[in-house]
Design a protein around this ligand. Structure first.
Ligand SMILES: [Fe+2]
Ligand SMILES: [Fe+2]
Length: 378
């Protein structure tokens, strides 16, 4: 859908001019009509106007590409799921009818046909199709709304934690964006880590929560300018398991895929591919891919940002340190993805976006609230 057409559109495919004319005459009062005089022409039109066509009327016997081949081609292009096909043919042999149904035609009308019957069947299938499209649109927009709401709440929560962590206002946004870029590159270079559409939209969203467990770390430790003592470092490490517990112990949400994935990212974003990370010393792909993606994005942004204990390193220096294993060992495929993105990373992270402005607003509000005398830290 998405077009501004007012009448449904039917594509009539038949090699006979007269047959196309008869069908068009029957339907043109209520429908817009497109005509294809061959199977190949029909496929070309479908490829061009897939979202605009509501029904295909398809002749069975045609030279070059017959109706069955058209159905098979539509199947390959996924178009048949979106566009119902009614076959119209002089072949009344049952084997033709069975084959048409098997290849996904919704209906089969034998010639010579009764105009009233054709009209009724087209109207019925059109009604079903439009209703189905409407329901699909409603479901999609509900899912989108839910996603936007989740994303918004997660952004607010993570901004509050990030502010307290004393990290730059951009850290979480950068980790989200870089996680997203790495994930897309990963899917491009290998099929070793297949991700569903849902997972693809969840991974960058939950990346924002990776350090949410730091809410439990005392302020003076979080923002200590010098090196940690062993005891302080051990305390800092607990932000992984505490974040995980906070998210996954909520009984009502334990089965929610978003919460489960956020829990994994919290717990395992400091694991390393060689098993030398924490808290569990997971090795290789025991570490969920979402946590592996976030961990490399987190390290890159930590290196290239100023922190209370260090200055910001350049992109080149950060890449060199990561490649040399100075920040621990990462999955070689992810390192390859990071290197493939290369110089594009700083450019893409610097692009200011609506999201960045939203985050700056949240920061400003948190800052003003905490500066108010009644909220000043001791
Ligand atoms: Fe962390
Ligand atoms: Fe972080």
């Amino acid at each position: 859908m998405g077009t501004e057409k007012t009448r449904p559109l039917i594509l009539i495919t038949d090699d006979s001019d007269i047959n196309r004319m008869i069908l068009a005459d029957m339907l043109e009062d209520d429908y817009d009509i497109l005509e294809a005089e061959s199977g190949k022409e029909a496929i070309r039109i479908v490829n061009e106007k897939r979202n605009a066509i509501d029904i295909i009327l398809l002749d069975c016997v045609m030279p070059d590409m017959d109706g069955f081949e058209v159905l098979a081609e539509l199947e390959r292009n996924w178009a048949k799921e979106d566009i119902p096909v009614i076959m119209i043919s002089a072949e009344s042999d049952q084997s033709f009818i069975v084959k048409a149904y098997q290849l996904g035609a919704l209906d089969y009308i034998c010639r010579p046909f009764n105009a009233v019957i054709v009209r009724h069947r087209v109207d019925t299938i059109m009604r079903m199709h439009l209703k189905e499209q409407h329901l699909a649109n409603v479901a999609t927009s509900q899912i989108m709304d839910k996603h936007v709401n989740n994303h918004m709440m997660i952004n607010i929560l993570s901004s509050i934690v990030e502010f307290r962590n004393g990290e730059s206002g951009q850290h979480i946004l950068h980790v989200q964006n870089l996680t997203d870029m790495l994930m897309r590159e990963l899917l491009r270079v290998t099929d070793k880590y297949p991700l569903t559409d849902d997972e693809m939209s969840m991974i960058p969203t939950v990346a924002a929560l990776h350090d949410v467990g730091k809410i439990s770390i005392p302020y003076h430790v979080l923002n200590k300018p010098g090196r940690f003592t062993e005891e302080e470092f051990n305390l800092m490490k607990t932000h992984t398991t505490i974040g995980y517990d906070m998210l996954t112990e909520l009984p009502a949400y334990q089965k929610d895929p978003l919460i489960r994935m956020a829990g994994q990212v919290c717990r395992w974003h400091h694991e390393r591919y060689d098993g030398k990370g924490y808290p569990d010393g997971l090795v290789g792909d025991e570490i969920p891919i979402a946590a592996q993606l976030v961990s490399i994005a987190d390290v890159y942004d930590a290196l290239t940002s100023e922190r209370c204990y260090k200055e910001a390193y350049s992109h080149e220096k950060a890449m060199q340190m990561i490649n040399n294993g100075e920040c621990g060992t990462f999955n070689p495929i992810l390192l390859q993805c990071l290197n493939n993105l290369g110089d594009k990373i700083p450019e893409m992270l610097d692009n200011s976006s609506a999201e960045e402005m939203f985050r700056e607003d949240i920061y400003r509000i948190i800052e003003n609230t905490l500066r108010a005398p009644q909220h000043r830290r001791q």
